[in-house]
Design a protein around this ligand. Structure first.
Ligand SMILES: [Zn+2]
Length: 212
């Protein structure tokens, strides 16, 4: 069996590229088959102990293409980083989508660590060193936002802010049930993100005018 080659490690998964997949191996794989490989006892970029587990996986996302998923978890310091990378689609990209039904919960979303996800009037998921990349669906995005607001609500002392958080949670629930419409915008300068639906409007993302 041909071994997957790793180089320029340790380091974060963002540029420069840290991992190379041996493409010749893919020829032997059935199309729908997932490939998963673990590399244990890797040096951790944070605590420098050899307690990091590196996992790489490859999956095919319909209408998007092949996606490499990487994740690193340190058993010592709990450092965790995950990200996704598409084989093609390298242009900065912006997707807009209106969530309007329960069916929309199943719409696939690829979100890289460099993406900004905006749910206007609710929340924004920002990129940064702690940001994670993943393949999910609209429901998965809404759930992540819900957990964050939930956690913030628990910590909040101010009654007024507690109430605001409560109302946002109610709104999110209504969106999940298709009772309320909600716009979602994903901007990704790396081009590694997508909302996969005929209803999604894809455009070129102008990196300089990032925030309007
Ligand atoms: Zn560590």
């Amino acid at each position: 069996m041909i071994k997957t080659e790793i180089f320029r490690y340790p380091g974060l998964l963002s540029k420069p590229k840290t991992i190379k997949i041996n493409h010749s191996k893919l020829l032997f794989m059935a199309e729908e088959q997932l490939k998963e490989e673990d590399f244990e006892h890797q040096p951790c970029p944070l605590c420098h102990e050899k307690t990091l587990i590196l996992t790489e996986r490859e999956t095919e996302v319909p209408y998007f293409g092949k996606v490499y998923m990487f994740s690193m978890t340190c058993n010592n310091c709990r450092y965790h980083k995950a990200d996704v990378e598409a084989t093609d689609q390298k242009e900065p990209v912006k997707y807009e989508f209106e969530i309007s039904s329960e069916d929309d919960m199943k719409v696939r979303v690829v979100k890289s660590a460099e993406a900004t996800v905006k749910l206007p009037h609710i929340a924004t998921i920002s990129p940064g060193p702690a940001a994670q990349g993943y393949v999910t669906n609209i429901e998965g995005i809404l759930n992540r936002v819900k957990h964050q607001i939930d956690a913030a609500k628990e910590m909040e002392e101010d009654e007024e802010d507690k109430k605001k958080a409560k109302n946002l949670l109610k709104k999110l629930l209504n969106i999940t049930w298709g009772k309320e419409k909600q716009k979602i915008i994903i901007e990704d300068p790396s081009g590694n993100s997508a909302i996969i639906s005929d209803k999604a409007v894809k455009s070129h993302f102008k990196v300089k005018s990032a925030d309007k």
